[in-house]
Design a protein around this ligand. Sequence first.
Ligand code: PAF
Length: 276
Amino acid sequence: MELIHTVAELRKYLRGVPNNVFVPTMGNLHEGHLRLVEEARPRGACTVVSIFVNRLQFGPKEDFDRYPRTLQDDCAKLESIDCDVVFAPDEAELYPEPQTYTVHPDSIENILEGAVRPGHFRGVATVVLKLFNMVQPRAAVFGKKDYQQCLVLQTMARQLASPVEIILAETVRSEDGLALSSRNQYLSAAERAEAPRLYRVLNEVADAVRTGTHAFATIEAEAMTELERHGWRADYVTVRRRSNLLVPRDDDTELVVLAAAKLGTPRLLDNLELTI
Ligand code: PAF
């Protein structure tokens, strides 16, 4: 496995590799990330993983400086699953000058996660486009756990006519249903025992919708109350149209239930697709 820090070295290494598949990450890798790499591997001649903690997607109150940097550990994990290239640029390499040209996603950047984290998706879209230009992959893999991010990046690639195929991988879960996330490491033992409730609540919401009720607001409010009764602070539990995350119309059949809630300090996200 090659560990590369500069764009020049990366371009030199990838010259003549037309078919690379890319997994962008911010490091601190867990089993969920490794599954993305495993998803990428059979789809191309070379698997490239980037590790870059992207300041542009952090809000002023979010702790960019304390985001865990675990490059050595990450590389050991990637090597053990036969990743070909790790691209780990520093900030000066990724942003050699102030980034005044940015990608503004459409109205989706202001709802749900975008409403809670203003500017977040602009930061994500900008760095991903920039990484695409550096790595020039044939395809890139993203995890559906960050559902809104997937939609932002799919829409960006389509509307900007990017040649990169966007592949979405299913969320990886612990046996008790908790979606794997770097944030889980900050849960206390008691919080970790409580955390699977988020996925159970998503399933309850999906079951209620499947029974044919379109009283989404009532179902959502009940779900939030259930979480709050068990010590969560819920930002949202909501049923949305899968294609654009807007409130569904009566004839919509492809839906997704999305939730974000804090349990102690960590803020957990999860979602569940459903077809009615
Ligand atoms: O999902 C992430 O880890 C990040 O948002 C991404 C896509 C690597 C961009 O920094």
